[in-house]
Ligand binder design. Sequence first.
Ligand SMILES: *Cc1c(COP(=O)(O)O)cnc(C)c1O
Ligand code: SF4
Length: 354
Amino acid sequence: MITRSVNRVQTVASDQGGEHSGDWRRQLAGAIRDPEVLCEALGLDAAWLPGAQAGHRLFKIRVPHAYLARMRRGDPFDPLLRQVLPIDRETDAVEGFVSDPLEEAEHRPLPGLIHKYANRVLLIVSGACAVNCRYCFRRHFPYADNTPSRREWEAVLDYLRSRPEINEVILSGGDPLASSDERLGWLVERLGGIAHLQRLRIHTRLPVVIPDRVDPGLLGWLAASRLQKVVVLHVNHANEIDPAVRHACARLREAGATLLNQSVLLRGVNDDVDTLAELSETLFAAGVLPYYLHVLDPVAGAAHFDVPDGEAVELVERLRARLAGFLMPRLVREVPGERSKTPLPQRSAQPGSS
Ligand SMILES: *Cc1c(COP(=O)(O)O)cnc(C)c1O
Ligand code: SF4
């Protein structure tokens, strides 16, 4: 598999005139944003195009070439393609699948700040993502329109300074690493100046989608921070981990980061025991520990990815028989109003009650 993906990378790189070399910003700007181009690049049957266009009108396609290079040509069921290719079922209205499943809007004391859990807060650093994942619960939020200005960040910093119970700050988005190193370096330095903060966590898909994002600029501000650093990657399938991703993971660890991974359990992508076992093993080989396996947030347009709770619990039980204990992700759901993620199976007889 490794050899095959290396070959694919080389093929696409030469097709695209060195799209993979160095500059992550160019790769970000050069991502595929047109359903027709995506279908053509992979040699998909034209029958997939109308669905792709219909979904694209709801939530734009975005696929960087470095990610495309890990997909199998001509296979509409490739597990990486499934995550980014819109299909006509996105336009179905399904009961219970809504636009703000986590009710995050209620936990925003300031622009850019989500404070739901006791000792940790989430900062929305960037509205942009390197890839648009079809199952994303943020698909209905134009975060790009409202990332905070420097003055607004000062208000967030004041909020953190006045709350000694907060010991961990999570950079989120969108994808926080879509932001510039200048802005990130500034913010992280300020955070490091708040004495009661102990940890900096970064939730990102960029080192997976465009591994060249992990460059000297990023590693510089990361390594310089006195805070303990945790990078939570987002990988759903072992095929996403190629040599470039392994290299990026190694650099992040050298800069002092502990690497964890969260996945989403997705119908047609990773909803079987073999795939989940291979994912955990491949992550650990890259120096990444499995952290969470999320059940899908019920966001409108993503119902076709849903795996029912009973099946999810059974899958994870079978996975337990296959893996070392430390390679087992925790199966969780996010329930609006709860003080933490909610483990499955829930002890309560009424799943989803809060
Ligand atoms: C998931 C989440 C966190 C982090 O929770 P952990 O269980 O510590 O990973 C923090 N804040 C918000 C709003 C979250 O959704
Ligand atoms: S926030 Fe994460 S899951 Fe959602 S589109 Fe961006 S990278 Fe994908």
